[in-house]
Write a protein that binds this ligand. Sequence first.
Ligand code: NAD
Length: 433
Amino acid sequence: MLSDFDEKRRQLLTGSVGIATSLYATYGMAATEAGSATAVDEGEVAGGTVSFPAIDAPTELPGNSPPNPDVPGQRVGFAVVGLGRLALQNILPAFGQCKHARLTGLVSGDSEKMRVIASQYGIPREACYSYKEMARLRNNAAVQVVYVVLPNALHRDAVVQAAQAGKHVLCEKPMAVNVDEAREMIDACRVADRKLMIAYRCQYEVNNQELAKRARSGELGDIQLIDAINTQNQGDPTQWRQIKKLAGGGSLPDVGLYCLNTTRALLGEEPIEVIARIQSPEHDPRFKEVEATVSFVLRFPSGVLANCASSYSLHEKRNFRVLGSKASAEIANAFGYEGQKLYLSRRDGESEARIELNLGVKNQFSLEMDHMALCVRNNVEPRTPGEEGLQDQMLMAAIYQSAETGKPVSLPVVTRRDAFRGPPPDDGPVGGG
Ligand code: NAD
């Protein structure tokens, strides 16, 4: 039986009572904490959410509201498949900042590691599965979405199994190791009537979204050139990323994909031609099977040229620049997990102005998972569905073909804007238009 104190606390947490009748008011805590001051709660409660009145002058940025997350029982449950670096370092912690998604299951080949992680995140033993047991997910109603975070060559089977178990699927990028697998994944989800989203986190990251919105609004003038670079320097030559069968390729599908996808997402157009070159350091054991550096130029119907480069043998650099006739913009660390900085350069009277936009810090993994959660709850197509991943697989195949033949490769003309995307997230500023 709940004590009066616990009952008040429960009501507060479930939002069934406003802060004005909070513990402070009820139990007189404010009087203790604030001496003789009268307790006045400044929060306002409307429609189950809490907000605060402005604290600063109108010349200042408005402060953030509390996040107002859904109560845990109403959030969409996710099971994460594969407990490697990305899952443990980024994805599982990001559930802590989600408003609509929550972690309800784990799938791993390492039962001991899974036991430890399950205890850290409060996942019951019966919601932990080995890869072979994925069909049993069907019986777990607390799991609505399966998030596949395995090496690239294992995405296809895991996505198909998850869909066959009746679950919606969020799948890490690159979607697959070739076009045929990507098609199979889309088909499996269609047959099972489940949603498939590819985890293109940059399309949910606020600086990338803001730049897309401004570029599409015409603020930069006529965009003619894009410059996208994503490089890193790989270590251990035996890791799966250096093995073609598991990775599908080298720097291109892993990090070059960000240059490709972010450029397409910003413009909303599809390239009509690509020309590419590949270069790898000779006798380097890391590049026996996969490429180090890929440089490719995409030509778009509007005339935009996108200069893209990725590498597995260069010091880390992750920049994205958009050059227009009136202004240019740049996101430093555009493709990183955090630390993006968005700059705009344009004339300001008799000077050149370079301003840094401060959009605050938001966890892009949380935003991405919340988007999937809302798509499931509201039955909406994800912004980055399987078709978006398939298009990238086709373009990467063309990039490899061009590098191999030394000739440009023409691509099918796609006239519809955002042809492979679902609607932009409701709560994000992804450029429409
Ligand atoms: P990782 O090597 O750290 O983890 C892979 C996990 O898969 C490990 O737990 C490993 O035990 C398991 N696994 C199962 N079968 C395996 C096999 N046959 N060989 C190797 N490992 C096997 O990799 P990661 O960095 O977590 O990457 C996982 C996926 O996430 C990849 O598709 C990668 O492209 C993607 N990724 C995306 C981002 C992003 O920013 N969105 C960042 C990193 C990785």
